[in-house]
Design a protein around this ligand. Structure first.
Ligand code: MG
Length: 292
């Protein structure tokens, strides 16, 4: 079976027909949280159940970046290029400074511990938006089993300048990956509730960003098979989402343009150096793309 499938002519402008999946890392348990550092030509990923972060560099292969990683999950970079990480084990969001020290950005809401921050994105104004489903406290597999101290599985906005942490969405089953549109007028947020409930949501919702608040614009796309976990938006506004069969590429109007198939369930993705990096269960892949 081909690695890619075009369902709409627009897809081939994004993913050339000759593009092939290249496996960069394998032997992982459940890999998530890819983030690319262009200046260092470095990809970081979280191998969650193995409680480690790995580093991959072209021509140099893979090594360990951080172990233990406090069961890290989603990663991104802030406006200064610093690593921002969601941690299940410590139930917090952290920033890694240039000297390697770790700063806690958020670990409590109204005095109570967060569930297990999952994925995170930074807006151009420096605010940090993240999701807080309970995957890291449901069992000891991806963190430490514990009761939730929150009244729901919220989406948060953190202002690191003031320290203010506010709930921007409170009606998700299990909020997961999230990404802004190129002009930041829209925020896409996955709900992966189907992971623990066959009747649960497996879709991406779209919100209008109105200052520090969100206005619900409804379901953007239902993802099948599987669900959206991590997602990214390219510079043209296409939504690239993980799914049960790999990565699906959606037009801004929700039309499915095509797919990149992976041998196992895809969890997340990121762009870098003319490629799309895909984390998929036990392995990490790259494929050439014409966008970023
Ligand atoms: Mg996730």
């Amino acid at each position: 079976m081909a690695d890619t499938e075009a369902l709409d002519p627009r897809f081939r402008a994004l993913v050339p027909a000759e593009a092939r999946l290249e496996r960069l890392i394998d032997g992982l348990k459940w890999v998530e949280g890819p983030v690319w550092f262009d200046e260092a030509e470095t990809l970081l990923v979280s191998d969650i159940p193995n409680n480690r972060m790995l580093r991959w560099r072209p021509g140099r292969g893979v090594d360990t970046f951080r172990q233990p990683s406090d069961f890290s999950n989603g990663n991104t970079r802030d406006r200064e290029g610093r690593l921002v990480t969601c941690e299940h084990g410590t139930r917090r969001v952290t920033r890694t400074e240039a000297d390697g020290t770790i700063t806690v950005l958020a670990d409590r809401h109204r005095g109570r511990r967060l569930n297990s921050p999952n994925d995170v994105v930074v807006k151009s104004d420096g605010t940090i938006w993240f999701t807080d489903p309970p995957y890291g406290i449901l069992s000891d597999y991806e963190g430490y089993k514990a009761d939730s101290e929150q009244e729901g599985n919220f989406v948060f906005r953190l202002d690191p300048a003031s320290g203010e942490l506010r709930v921007v969405a409170d009606d998700f089953d299990k909020p997961n990956g999230l990404a802004f549109s190129p002009d930041e007028s829209l925020l896409y947020i996955a709900d992966s509730g189907i992971s623990h409930d066959p009747a649960g949501p497996h879709h991406i919702r779209r919100f209008a960003v109105e200052g520090a608040a969100l206005r619900d614009l409804g379901v953007f796309a239902v993802i099948d098979p599987g669900t959206a976990d991590g997602l990214r938006v390219d510079r043209h506004g296409h939504v690239w989402t993980s799914a049960g069969d790999g990565v699906q590429v959606l037009a801004p109007d929700g039309t499915l343009l095509g797919r990149i198939r992976t041998p196992e369930i895809a969890s997340n993705l990121c762009f870098g150096a003319g490629r799309l990096f895909i984390t998929a269960t036990s392995a990490v892949y790259a494929i050439a793309v014409n966008t970023a």
